[in-house]
Design a binder for this molecule. Structure first.
Ligand code: PEP
Ligand code: MN
Length: 257
């Protein structure tokens, strides 16, 4: 447990011309929780590009709490996401849920997201460690700092140090918010691992009105970027509508940064 590849020496992750990490401007990752249709993701990509965004997000393999909830469009969604990213000139990030989809996700996505539920999936972490592809490693919702560091080590020790950490809130006793956003983790993880770290205030709070204030707080404590859920029509979203910003709210957030 004492051996570490990630020593705290600063690592900058590059996606094309974009650089994520210490001494680089914060990156903005935005998009819907789920890719829902070709039109939805295309409209979102083009609008976000016009407002200002660096990377387009969209889930196609969705880790839903209920098996009866929308599970994502799968490979079809991956194609829509890719087309939208290309049309807007934006790199894309999407979640990989299982090893069986690794090759196709790696082929389409510029960054592979490992979700909160899979941070403890050591077999998946080992497998993606052998990829030459940036990884967005979200914090497990019940993961300690030490466990999160070790999850990153699993990826790094297999050869891949292109890791971006993402604080997305942890489970506490208070369910007023969906999760408790642990912003103290931001300077801690930067110091301990040297990796870039971004904050996801959407899942971190679960409440649309809290996304902007917690975005400001995240940048104030040194986050290297933000990941924000934005939807063309949040009340009709197939997942996470209550925490998704409208385009206008996202525009406001960018203006007030
Ligand atoms: C997501 O970003 O779409 C997501 C499912 O987040 P998390 O894994 O943090 O719950
Ligand atoms: Mn979501």
């Amino acid at each position: 447990a004492d051996r570490r590849i990630l020593t705290g020496e600063k690592i900058v992750v590059e996606i094309g011309n974009l650089k994520i990490g210490t001494n680089h401007p914060p990156v903005y990752i935005a998009g819907p929780c789920s890719v829902e249709s070709k039109e939805q993701i295309m409209e979102t990509a083009l609008t976000l590009k016009e407002i200002g965004v660096d990377i387009l997000r969209g889930g196609v393999f969705k880790p839903r709490t209920s098996p009866y909830a929308f599970q994502g469009l799968g490979v079809e969604g991956l194609e829509y996401l890719k087309e939208a990213g290309e049309a807007a000139g934006l790199p894309i990030v999407t979640e990989l849920m299982d090893e069986g989809h690794m090759d196709i996700v790696a082929e389409y996505a510029d960054i592979i997201q490992i979700g909160s539920r899979n941070m403890f999936n050591y077999s998946l972490l080992k497998t993606i460690g052998s990829l030459n592809k940036p990884i967005l490693l979200k914090r497990g919702m019940c993961a300690t700092i030490e466990e999160w560091i070790m999850a990153a080590e699993y990826i790094a020790v297999h050869g891949n140090k292109n890791i971006i950490l993402c604080e997305r809130g942890i489970r506490g006793y208070d369910n007023y918010t969906r999760n408790t956003l642990d912003l103290a983790a931001v300077p801690i993880m930067k110091k301990e691992t040297g990796l870039p770290i971004i904050v996801d205030p959407s899942h971190g709070t679960g409440i649309r009105e809290l996304v902007e204030p917690m975005s400001k707080a995240a940048l104030a404590c040194g986050a290297d970027g933000l990941m924000i859920e934005v939807h063309p029509n949040p009340p009709c979203a197939l997942s996470d509508g209550h925490q998704s910003l409208t385009f206008e709210e996202y525009r406001q957030l960018r203006r007030n940064k």
